[in-house]
Design a protein around this ligand. Sequence first.
Ligand code: IFM
Length: 460
Amino acid sequence: MIKFPDTFVWGASTASYQIEGSVEADGRAPSIWDTFSRTPGAVVGGHTGDDACDHYRRYRDDVALMAGLGLHAYRFSIAWPRVRPGGDGPTNERGLDFYDRLVDELCQYGITPMPTLYHWDLPQALEDRGGWANRRTAEAFAEYATAVHDRLGDRVQSWTTLNEPWCSAYLGYGNGVHAPGRRDPAAAFAAVHHLLLAHGLGTQALRAAGARSVGLVVNPVAVRPADPASAADADAVRLIDGLHNRIFLGPVLGDGYPADVLEHLTRLVDPTWLGESDEKIIAAPIDLLGINYYNPVYVASRPGAPEVDGRYPGVRDVEFRDPTGPTTAMGWEIDPTGLGELLRRLHRDHPGTPLWVTENGAAFDDRITGDHIPDDDRVSYLDGHLRAVHAALSDGVDVRGYLAWSLLDNFEWAEGYHKRFGLVHVDYRTQRRTLKDSALWFRSVIARNALPSQVTDPPA
Ligand code: IFM
């Protein structure tokens, strides 16, 4: 048996727009994802989050499911457009009522609520005023954070501000595959900064309101050279690592923007958005850093290669290599060593910041056999990554918990409902939930607080 520490926290994650549905209920206003998903061609199959998993109405059953799995914690996100439909301005108490009920339900079962305040559903009203490219959005975020804390702070101890600001900035404003679908390098870098500022201002606001534990969730990627012996590939790694990882980690963890990253971006844009004391605000101390990990990437130097799309604005002469090993249904390479590598690196470079794996999981084309969903591929994915977490723990890395992505199959953004990440299968026609084998396996891991000696061990 591979035992985890007694205090280790087991849980699962979801996000508001991906599961809630009821997009017009109780005064919610449209978010950028409501608008974007209605744009022809933006989302596979023309899917929207209108119904999603109907969690807004079925949350009680879903919390009972979590309790059945033995989850200690549940990470969900709060929909800003439910709470502040105009982005700023008056609070919609009916929107907060939902999260109030959800938190009560979780507490009844002894499940720790771990809300994330922003998981990509920006109120459309704010986007209409420039969205994350506008500094005002960062200030509005802090005001919204205070409003949520005022209502839930008596029961919620652990908060995270943003989920994966890399995706919000670069996919939303750089290459436009996510809402709001803009393709503008200047807006993408402004968005990076304003998201970081929102994190800093939000952290200050939550602390001022009395929050005990505040952190941020990032999606660092393990960037590797196609040829480990090539100096040019090492430079490509440094560039991509800078634009993906260090541009967020540096400012948040007190080291400011890395010089090479600033040099790259000032070649493209004039960072007029960089206010004098911003880096100090962004570096507000945090109590936890959430890591969402799925796959590593391999890059090579290739002179003459065209500009990588707006995911990495201004990057030329660099090629992303196709995975050579097994992949998930997303086409993402399966390699748990990347998770271990990142956990060790963060622990080494930023000692003293407790780490959480706030998302990890895989989409596969699940087969349904009667009432049974034998998703061995997902079990093996989770098992491999948990072994990597355990090995990092054994090396002294301070990892406090593991939250699987995702509790339920859900709206996978630009991929619509085709990609299924859930431990629990959702039949979108009937909204029936069915535990996959991975859920049964995860339940037994939690119950034993240990991994079986072999992946194939049957669930307890
Ligand atoms: O579904 C997303 C989630 O919203 C953020 N992290 C990655 C997941 C899988 O793509």
